[in-house]
Design a protein around this ligand. Structure first.
Ligand SMILES: [Zn+2]
Ligand SMILES: [Zn+2]
Ligand SMILES: [Zn+2]
Ligand SMILES: [Zn+2]
Length: 207
């Protein structure tokens, strides 16, 4: 499947959750290097993620098959997409709303995508700000993207466009998928029936 995201860094909690093993043939003791699972005395130890930093390939190309291939891509801070896994679940469920659709965070549909390093700076008793559902994050990005044919950007080849007031990243050309997402109403999510079409567009966009 097409996916422009690849994990750049992951930081795990240093203490595990202890679970019963899934299979009957799990080892009693053992740990594979780089794995988030370990086994001790027949129990399964799982180390949950605290922070995951993803690299998003520009132009929606497949991860590390576009222009970032062969570069020090882990350090492309401007391509980072940070997932804050550690923020307390109860707070998220009770208080946090998606900054795009206003919807709640649910299991399997979490509001945990942010566009900036530094994270939400809100006191604990308030909901987090600047967090999105995964699909809302792409729709929001598309709505902030300058789609002009001949943009006038304040930094020459990137920045804010004087015509539409929206933004264009360096060497970014809007794709059909960007235009499709930008045409969705403000605050709306990607309709499930659009997903096959969008995947076809992303497929076409790579070469
Ligand atoms: Zn990059
Ligand atoms: Zn949302
Ligand atoms: Zn523009
Ligand atoms: Zn580019």
């Amino acid at each position: 499947m097409h996916d422009p995201m690849v994990m750049a860094f992951g930081i795990r909690r240093p203490w595990p959750k202890i679970r019963r093993p899934h299979g009957s043939n799990s080892p009693r003791w053992g740990w594979r290097r780089g794995s988030c699972f370990a086994h001790a005395a027949g129990r399964e130890l799982y180390f949950p993620s605290l922070i995951t930093v993803w690299h998003v390939e520009p132009h929606g190309a497949d991860a590390l098959r576009g222009e970032c291939r062969g570069t020090r891509w882990q350090w492309h801070i401007h391509h980072w997409h940070i997932q804050w896994n550690f923020l307390q679940n109860w707070r998220r469920r009770l208080l946090t709303r998606c900054a795009w659709c206003g919807g709640r965070s649910r299991k399997g549909d979490a509001v945990n995508h942010s566009h900036q390093w530094g994270g939400p700076k809100q006191p604990l008793w308030r909901g987090e700000r600047g967090l999105f559902h995964s699909d809302c994050s792409s729709v929001e990005r598309a709505h902030n993207l300058c789609l002009c044919d001949d943009p006038l950007l304040d930094h020459g080849d990137y920045g804010q466009c004087a015509f539409c007031g929206k933004f264009r990243a360096w060497r970014k050309t809007p794709t059909d998928a960007d235009r499709h997402l930008a045409a969705l109403p403000v605050g709306s999510r990607i309709p499930p029936e659009d997903i096959p079409r969008l995947q076809a567009m992303w497929q076409e966009g790579r070469s």
